[in-house]
Design a protein around this ligand. Structure first.
Ligand SMILES: CC(C)(COP(=O)(O)OP(=O)(O)OC[C@H]1O[C@@H](n2cnc3c(N)ncnc32)[C@H](O)[C@@H]1OP(=O)(O)O)[C@@H](O)C(=O)NCCC(=O)NCCS
Length: 146
């Protein structure tokens, strides 16, 4: 049974271990840990049998939310975990006063783009060379929360 809970220091090593499995430019463990002390930050983990199998992190500044990171362990994909995490973050951000959410996604990232579209995000911008390793355009997506 999977449940979602706020990321605490105890979960940071497992989140950091998933980063290189999910991203070509992974966050370091120190970078993830620093989010715990960031007052604008909200991170949540999906936990199954004591193991982190997915996580999402966002920032909220006044009424503007931003999704920083969303990933599911490669062994746990296509089970609805990322969708659950994203909907949870949207709910928590809205509760905390966010009017809308923004995020960037690689143009070629069909799994993520399909997920975001399913969850109500639309493309509002395009940033050439936004990503490195490999160089790629980033699409800016937005979802209204009110
Ligand atoms: C993108 C990612 C987070 C999706 O995680 P997931 O837990 O497998 O996704 P879910 O099972 O919740 O999928 C929800 C919906 O997203 C879409 N989706 C997910 N994976 C997909 C794929 N490989 N191809 C097409 N659509 C996909 C589908 O619409 C799916 O709904 P459905 O199963 O009813 O068809 C995961 O592939 C991942 O960690 N990728 C690497 C990190 C990454 O790219 N993060 C996003 C950065 S912007």
């Amino acid at each position: 049974m999977i449940h979602i809970e706020p990321m605490t220091a105890a979960w940071v090593p497992q989140v950091a271990a998933l980063e290189p499995l999910c991203f070509s430019t992974p966050w370091s463990e120190a970078g993830v840990a620093a989010e715990l002390d960031n007052p604008v930050s909200q991170w949540y983990v999906a936990v199954e049998d004591g193991q982190v199998c997915g996580y999402v992190g966002g920032h909220l500044v006044i009424d503007e939310g931003e999704v920083m990171n969303l990933a599911t362990a490669p062994t746990h994909r296509r089970r609805g975990i990322a969708e659950q995490l994203l909907r949870h973050l949207c709910h928590k951000m809205k509760q905390a006063g966010a009017a809308f959410l923004l995020l960037e996604v690689r143009e070629s990232n069909t799994p993520a783009r399909t997920l975001y579209e399913k969850c109500g995000f639309t493309t509002v911008g395009r940033r050439p060379h936004y990503y490195s390793q490999p160089d790629e355009t980033g699409l800016v997506l937005r979802k209204e929360l009110i």
